[in-house]
Design a protein. Structure first.
Length: 653
């Protein structure tokens, strides 16, 4: 960074003055008037390095292109949404340029509506409610078009509620944030599939947001082949086969005049080699599952919790007493779970049912059990009188293993008929297998690039410490198979393999870079010999350094504040965060809370508070370190004051 700073100073100084002995006072005044403040630095120095704006010398007489990155002028994803009367958000259309050639080629719809927004997906419930919810993660199809995949709620992050079950007009009042979060999740799915999809700019228009990617063709008049490549599928092919990148670069370099000029210059020595080291590793790991890795809560009235070693308990319905009332009145409750590893579920059994007067339990519309007589099997009313005048507590021992041994969502339904006052819920227990096994092994080949590079030769190779290649020649020896202990958190395996690790050294052709020694020496000389009154410089002329000095007297030095003035505001908000237990606002006495915001103050030291925000700290140097420390300590202690999956209480520390 020091050297980069020196080069930049030299560059700007040379542009401003051809002769370093000219008045340094004049230079200082021009720098002060040209840059002046933080905004000036951004507009005159930062912006030209990342946009099409030209970089100018301090006196304004010279300007040139100085981009360090390409402009974001090519849109590749446009998402249009529409808040519904229920407060849910409908995804009308997703337009994509999957090939990055500058034109929309894919239009996708049919995602439905969103009741909750997450950083990597969304939650879909019955419109306007938080009932019968399903969780979806953003992903991509083979052709790079946006798609969704059902997942348990625990696989999503940063979720919040937007429909009318959490407040009115939440989606409209937070529309820009909703648009950014939805498109951010989509772009994250694209980036995970293909790293060439990067966001350089965004544009929000009404209920639409457009994402822009790097316009690689705008970086230079003649871009290298790998940069000018527009096909997303070709990009992915190149990323998976590193040697193709080299081959395309070689092909482009052969016809590139600038490359050939550098290559044939006297500063570039075409001879010589470089030594490259790499390794090939065998990866063997233990596959072990915790209880929460097997099945997770998704939505509805109920939950899941550990009930001992290799045991999970599912709650179906609301636990309590006499929370319903009526005469022959029917109540229904649903709860959904997402099965992640069905092969680890050994047995599923309904162990407890508490109800008054009748109850029926089903999974994915498949009958499991009914009480009190296990004879209510249809979709109609119970086969008997409504009032049974009994608060039932049954232990059905009804097996439903086959209904839950499948990956994906399983939806349970509780139907209860009540006369007078009553309740209805059930508990199920799963016997699961958390034992360890070996995961499929993989080979990490860090030598693939050198193996396929015709300019590289294998100098030496050690396999598990045994020299099998030395000085470009095989030694004729090979390592014996060996056994290693592969350990997990609670188990281990003895694994025998013919080899574990190969350490290789390759010798490849190289080309030296340009020598900037003289420029760096000049920068060091300026830094070490200049004072606040005198400017010192040395320049290379005819193979020798010549020195010069000049007066340096920068006046009107502006004082620099020790910190940046900020202000703090607050705004009332509904607790719309979503957890595996539901929306937080529905579980507390007062669902309203405050959101706090910090703003950088304007040049006239004014707080730019938003609509409906109350300023609680005016513009000043704010230090909330103590408050942050207290909150972090409270969270740490709260984490200790809990029962972990082991079922053992953790002591406070």
């Amino acid at each position: 960074m020091k050297y980069l700073t020196h080069v930049f100073i030299l560059l700007m100084t040379s542009l401003a003055y051809g002769d370093a002995t000219q008045s340094a006072v004049e230079l200082g005044n021009q720098v002060n008037s040209s840059v002046g403040d933080q905004e000036g630095i951004s507009n005159k120095m930062s912006a030209p390095l990342s946009t099409e704006q030209q970089l100018s010398s301090f006196d304004g007489k010279s300007s040139f292109d100085a981009q360090l990155s390409c402009p974001g002028s090519s849109s590749f994803l446009k998402t249009t949404i529409q808040p519904l009367p229920s407060g849910d958000v409908g995804i009308l259309e997703v337009q994509q340029d999957t090939t990055m050639d500058g034109s929309i080629d894919t239009v996708t719809n049919g995602f439905g509506h969103m009741s909750g927004i997450c950083a990597n997906g969304f939650i879909q419930c019955q419109p306007g409610t938080w009932d019968d919810c399903q969780s979806f993660e953003w992903t991509t199809n083979q052709d790079m078009s946006i798609a969704i995949n059902p997942v348990p709620l625990s696989d999503l992050g940063g979720c919040y509620c937007v429909n009318n079950s959490c407040g009115n007009n939440l989606s409209w009042s937070n529309l820009p944030n909703v648009l950014r979060d939805v498109s951010g999740g989509m772009s994250g799915a694209l980036a995970s599939r293909n790293a060439f999809f990067t966001i350089s700019d965004t544009e929000v228009t009404d209920t639409s947001i457009t994402l822009f990617g790097q316009d690689s063709g705008g970086c230079a008049g003649e871009s290298p082949a790998i940069v000018a490549q527009k096909s997303a599928s070709d990009m992915m092919s190149l990323a998976s086969e590193p040697n193709k990148i080299k081959q395309k670069a070689y092909s482009q370099a052969a016809t590139d005049e600038m490359f050939q000029a550098i290559k044939t210059s006297e500063l570039n020595d075409p001879q010589g080699t470089i030594t490259q080291s790499c390794e090939v590793k065998r990866n063997v790991q233990v596959d072990e599952a915790s209880l929460t890795d097997i099945i997770g809560y998704q939505s509805g009235t109920g939950g899941v919790k550990p009930c001992g070693p290799d045991c999970l308990e599912l709650t179906l319905g609301k636990v309590g007493d006499n929370y319903w009332s009526g005469s022959c009145r029917m109540f229904e409750r649903e709860v959904s779970f997402y099965v992640k590893e069905p092969d680890r579920i050994q047995k599923a059994e309904l162990v407890v049912a508490k109800f008054d007067d009748w109850i029926q339990v089903s999974a994915d519309d498949q009958y499991i059990w009914s009480g009190p007589y296990n004879n209510w099997t249809g979709t109609g009313r119970p086969p008997g009188k409504c009032e049974l005048s009994t608060n039932w507590y049954k232990k059905p021992k009804a097996d439903f293993t086959s209904l839950i041994q499948k990956e994906g969502q399983v939806k349970f339904k509780i139907r209860v008929e009540v006369t007078g006052k009553g309740e209805g819920y059930a508990l199920a227990r799963l016997k699961v297998n958390t034992s360890c096994k070996l995961a499929p092994e993989t080979i990490s080949n860090g030598c693939a690039v050198f193996e396929s590079d015709p300019t590289c030769q294998l100098l030496s190779e050690k396999v598990d410490g045994v020299d099998v290649v030395k000085n470009f020649s095989p030694t004729g020896v090979a390592p014996l198979p060996s056994t290693r202990t592969i350990s997990g958190s609670s188990c281990s395996f003895e694994v025998n393999r013919p080899w574990w690790k190969k350490d290789r050294t390759y010798v490849c052709n190289k080309a030296d870079r340009f020598d900037f020694t003289d420029a760096l020496e000049r920068a060091d000389y300026i830094e070490e010999n200049s004072t606040s009154q005198e400017f010192a410089d040395q320049r290379m002329e005819d193979g020798q350094f010549t020195t010069s000095t000049g007066e340096l007297n920068i006046k009107d030095h502006r004082p620099i504040s020790q910190c940046q003035n900020v202000c703090k505001t607050k705004k009332e908000a509904y607790q719309d965060e979503v957890t595996v237990s539901g929306v937080t606002g529905s579980s507390v006495k007062n669902p309203m809370t405050y959101d706090f915001f910090y703003y950088t103050c304007t040049t006239d030291n004014t707080c730019p508070a938003g609509d409906g925000e109350e300023i609680i700290q005016q513009c000043q140097c704010i230090n909330d370190f103590t408050e942050a420390t207290v909150l972090m300590q409270a969270m740490r202690q709260a984490g200790k004051d809990a029962i972990c999956s082991s079922g053992q209480l953790q002591s406070l520390e």
